[in-house]
Design a protein around this ligand. Structure first.
Ligand code: SF4
Length: 233
């Protein structure tokens, strides 16, 4: 199977009044992690429009687009383009979860909430020839999470290619935040075991490491998970 994963550029990222450096800090680890669920003989690429131009003259079998509120227009444009070319288009992310009815008009399948359970379920359905139009996350765990396919990331285009995410969600509950919507129906904050994190760190080249997530500081908790000890957002 030939799969193309796309992170469309946020609207402001293309504006001359914004600093491109802001958008070339971290590679799209979410898409790279989804790519980790694919079979070894699948052909997959990741395109991050913040740091590269997207070639839209291709015809992938499957197109996966991560949608934020400020990239939604561009994401839908790309979705229309690829559906017209015969690709099966999947849309997921914060904006899709917030406005599923809108997103569904541009997709063959939409994903609500995080994709650790829904993406493998979709792949099984798709390979069996019966994908559903909506996948809603219910099980929240990072226990079986594959390592991100960092071989698909163009490291040289990012300032901090050795970024790592060891948790999902946030332990806080700010009233204005749409985290609650994204993680509705399951745990809204969960972490991966320390040993798995250490394995991933060992696999990274170089000596520089950047923890991403809804927190600034981490520690090993008694339960063997990594805890946020200081919070920035
Ligand atoms: S701290 Fe940030 S991520 Fe967490 S609930 Fe508040 S706004 Fe949302």
């Amino acid at each position: 199977m030939n799969i193309k994963m796309i992170l469309p550029a946020l609207t402001e990222a293309k504006s001359p009044f914004w600093r491109p450096i802001k958008y070339s800090l971290f590679p799209p680890l979410g898409l790279a992690t989804l790519a980790g669920y694919l079979d070894p003989d699948d052909e997959v690429s990741i395109c991050d429009e913040h740091v590269e131009n997207i070639n839209t003259n291709d015809r992938p079998e499957l197109v996966v687009i991560q949608v934020y509120i400020t990239s939604a227009s561009r994401a839908y444009e790309l979705a229309d383009h690829y559906r017209a070319r015969g690709s099966y288009v999947c849309l997921g992310g914060l904006h899709v979860t917030s406005l599923p009815d809108e997103a569904a008009r541009y997709a063959d399948s939409i994903f609500l909430g995080p994709g650790e359970d829904t993406w493998p379920a979709f792949l099984a359905d798709y390979r069996a020839g019966s994908p559903r139009s909506v996948y809603r996350s219910g099980t929240r765990t990072l226990a079986q999470l594959p390592f991100p396919r960092r071989d698909l990331l163009k490291r040289r285009l990012y300032l901090v290619p050795n970024s790592i995410a060891v948790s999902r969600g946030c332990p806080n509950n700010c009233s204005f935040c749409y985290k609650t919507s994204f993680f509705k129906g399951g745990r809204s904050y969960y972490r991966q075991p320390v040993d798995r994190t250490l394995q991933e760190i060992e696999s990274l080249p170089g000596r520089h490491l950047y923890f991403l997530g809804s927190g600034a500081g981490f520690r090993r908790s008694r339960s063997g998970f990594i805890d946020i000890v200081d919070k920035i957002c």
